[in-house]
Write a protein that binds this ligand. Structure first.
Ligand code: ZN
Length: 335
C-alpha cells in the first residue's frame, strides 16, 4: 500500500481537543492546487483505547453528521479516557450536494474500501481511512441510514464475522447502543464497505441504519446520539458520568440469504402490501409493480422467497429493475 497524498492539520498524539481537516488534493479546471477539506476532530484525555466515528459516508444520510457535529462541540478532554476521533462528514462533497455518491468522481464511498493512494478523490479518502486511521482504532462506528432510497426499522448492523470472539464483542457493543434491532447482514450490493474492511482488521466495528430521510426527526436523532454515547461509555472511553438512560433490549436479527433481499423484477411503481415490522411468510406477495408504459396491463407481483420480518422497504415508489424493494430478517442468537 503506497503512501497517502492526504495531509492533516491535527496531531493524533496531542492531548486535549483539536478540530481541523484532512486536506485532499483535488485539482480543478479553475484551480490547479485546489484542495478538498474533510473536517476531523480529535479529543484525547487520559491514556486508554481509541474510538473512530464516521458520519456522512453516504451524502444523503444526515443523521450521523448532525449527531457527530453536536458531540464534538459537547465533548471535553476530561470526559475521555483514551481518544475519540470523529469525522462527521466523510464524503463532505456528497453531503453538500445532497447526493448519495460523490459529485466529484461519481463513486460510492462505501464500495471503494480499502481505497487507493493514487485513485480518485473518494478512493484516496478511503485509503487514508484504511491505512492511517484504522491502525489507530480499537472501536469503529460508521453511522448510516436509508437516505432517500430505503426506510429501516432503526438498527445497529454488522457482518457475521468468522471470529466468534470478535462477533460476541460487537454484539455486546451493539446491545449497549439500545436500538430496537441488531441486524447481521450480507453484502448484496457489492463489496468494499468501510465496516467490512474494519472488521477484517479485527476492529470492534458497528454500522447503523437509523431510519431514512423521511424518518429524520427527533426520535431518530435521539436514538443515534444516545447510542453513540452508550457504546463509548461501555467501552470505557466516555467517562462523563452522565446518568445511564434506560434502554429496551434489542432484538437480534439475521438476513444471511441472498433471497432475503428482494429485488425489483421489472421497472415501474412499487405498491407495497406490508408495513414495516410485519412478518412475511415465504410465497406471500410483498407487493406489486405497476407499469408506467402499460398502465392497464396487470401489475407484476413480487413474492417473498424467504420468511422474515420486513426490516427495510423501498422508500421512493418509482423503481428500476434490480432495485432493492425489501429486506426480510429472522430472529438470531449467538447461542
Ligand atoms: Zn449509507
Amino acid at each position: 500500500m503506497s503512501a497517502t497524498q492526504i495531509i492533516t492539520t491535527v496531531d493524533f498524539e496531542r492531548p486535549g481537543k483539536q478540530t481541523g481537516v484532512l486536506a485532499v488534493p483535488q485539482s480543478t479546471n479553475t484551480s490547479g492546487w485546489a484542495t478538498e477539506y474533510i473536517p476531523i476532530a480529535v479529543i484525547r484525555g487520559a491514556p486508554g483505547p481509541t474510538a473512530l466515528i464516521f458520519g456522512g459516508n453516504h451524502g444523503d444520510e444526515y443523521e450521523g453528521p448532525v449527531v457527530l457535529m453536536k458531540l464534538v462541540r459537547m465533548l471535553k478532554p476530561e470526559d475521555v479516557r483514551g481518544r475519540i476521533i470523529i469525522i462527521p462528514m466523510l464524503n463532505r462533497p456528497a453531503i453538500a450536494a445532497g447526493t448519495r455518491l460523490s459529485p466529484l468522481d461519481g463513486k460510492n464511498m462505501n464500495r471503494v474500501f480499502p481505497g487507493r493512494a493514487d485513485g480518485t478523490i473518494t478512493e484516496t479518502i478511503a485509503h487514508y481511512v484504511s491505512s492511517v486511521l484504522f491502525p489507530l482504532a480499537d472501536l469503529v462506528i460508521d453511522i448510516h441510514s436509508g437516505g432517500r432510497s430505503a426506510h429501516f426499522l432503526p438498527l445497529v448492523s454488522m457482518h457475521h464475522v468468522p471470529d466468534r470472539e470478535q462477533l460476541r464483542r460487537m454484539i455486546d457493543a451493539a446491545l449497549a447502543w439500545g436500538a430496537p434491532y441488531i441486524l447481521l447482514y450480507r453484502d448484496v450490493g457489492g463489496t468494499g464497505l468501510l465496516s467490512g474492511e474494519a472488521e477484517r482488521m479485527g476492529k470492534l466495528t458497528l454500522g447503523t441504519e437509523m431510519g431514512s430521510a423521511a424518518q429524520f426527526g427527533v426520535d431518530m436523532l435521539t436514538l443515534t446520539e444516545r447510542g453513540v454515547c452508550n457504546v463509548l461509555r461501555q467501552a470505557g472511553i466516555l467517562v462523563d458520568h452522565a446518568p445511564e438512560q434506560a434502554i429496551a433490549p434489542s432484538q437480534i436479527m439475521i438476513a444471511d440469504q441472498y433471497d432475503d433481499y428482494i429485488m425489483a423484477p421489472v421497472s415501474g411503481i412499487f405498491e407495497p402490501f406490508f408495513e414495516m415490522g410485519a412478518w412475511v411468510d415465504v410465497g406471500q406477495t410483498i407487493g406489486q409493480i405497476h407499469s408506467v408504459e402499460h398502465p392497464f396491463y396487470d401489475p407484476v407481483t413480487v413474492p417473498a422467497r424467504t420468511d422474515g420480518l420486513l426490516i427495510s422497504r423501498r422508500a421512493f415508489p418509482l423503481v428500476r429493475q434490480g432495485d432493492c424493494l425489501a429486506t426480510l430478517a429472522r430472529p438470531w442468537s449467538l447461542g
